[in-house]
Design a protein around this ligand. Structure first.
Ligand code: ADP
Length: 238
């Protein structure tokens, strides 16, 4: 795999500050309620980069879902780029996810019946961009992750590393101020994982976005400047 050239197509933007204060979270109700996060506090400076580690079941994905507005904050407060997530309506939260956050998941989350280009265009569909501009931007993003030649290929025709690069390009479509990656290398072999992490580093550096990577992979954490560890729903330092 060739390493992509820096994604010059992204104008430099201000990364979003993330502030998590006294956040607790449970799933389910009554007797079946499971407390997953306990009184968490976490600050990420604008444009910062951190790895959140910890064993499976520690609550990492839950925290990422709360910060990304996929899950509702019910106890405590989370602010991202000046948005107080608990106070947003459903529509406002959807707009926050669309305009402020880019998501990268372990299983890529690409639509199999669409080409790589169409997957990215889909993310741009809610923007006011004209179709021709959407296509141009999708192609530029694919070029920036080294996949210009694969624009017409469907995810099933791409390797795991290539799928993850399409997913990263898609996550960048709306120039997110916060990029959230949940086990982005979980399905990849060691070399491919290293290339994907290089790409995330480049994206972070070039775009100026804030980056939060959730992982239980020690190698991912070893590369990160700031490592925060979550254990049984509590932050326990680096
Ligand atoms: P991690 O990402 O560290 O593996 P998760 O945040 O995925 O941890 O899960 C933490 C705990 O919350 C686990 O015990 C898991 O079973 C539980 N959990 C996660 N999502 C849900 C859900 N939607 N409903 C009920 N329990 C959940």
């Amino acid at each position: 795999m060739t390493l992509a050239s820096p994604p010059r197509s992204h104008a430099r933007q201000r990364g979003a500050a993330v502030s998590v204060r006294a956040v607790s979270h449970s799933y389910g109700r009554g007797e079946r309620s499971v407390a997953v996060l306990h009184e968490l506090a976490l600050e990420i400076e604008p444009g910062g980069s951190i790895a959140l580690t910890g064993p499976s079941g520690a609550g990492k994905s839950t925290l990422l879902s709360l910060i990304g507005g996929l899950e509702r904050v019910r106890t405590g407060a989370i602010e991202v780029g000046g948005h107080d997530l608990a106070s947003l309506s459903g529509d406002q939260l959807a707009a926050f996810r669309r305009d402020t956050v880019g998501f990268v998941f372990q299983h890529y989350g690409l639509v199999d019946v669409l080409s790589a280009r169409e997957n990215i265009e889909l993310s741009l569909a809610l923007s006011r961009m004209r179709p021709a501009d959407r296509r141009m931007r999708a192609d530029r993003l694919l070029a920036s992750v080294g996949l210009a030649e694969r624009a017409d290929h469907r995810p099933t025709e791409l390797s795991g590393g290539e799928r993850q690069r399409v997913a990263i390009a898609r996550a960048l479509a709306n120039r997110p101020r916060l990029l959230l990656a949940d086990e982005p290398t979980g399905n990849l072999d060691e070399d491919t994982a290293a290339h994907v992490l290089d790409l995330l580093d480049e994206v972070h550096r070039e775009s100026g976005c804030t980056l939060l990577i959730v992982t239980h992979d020690r190698r991912v954490a070893e590369r990160a400047a700031v490592v925060t560890r979550l254990s049984m729903g509590r932050l326990v330092g680096g």
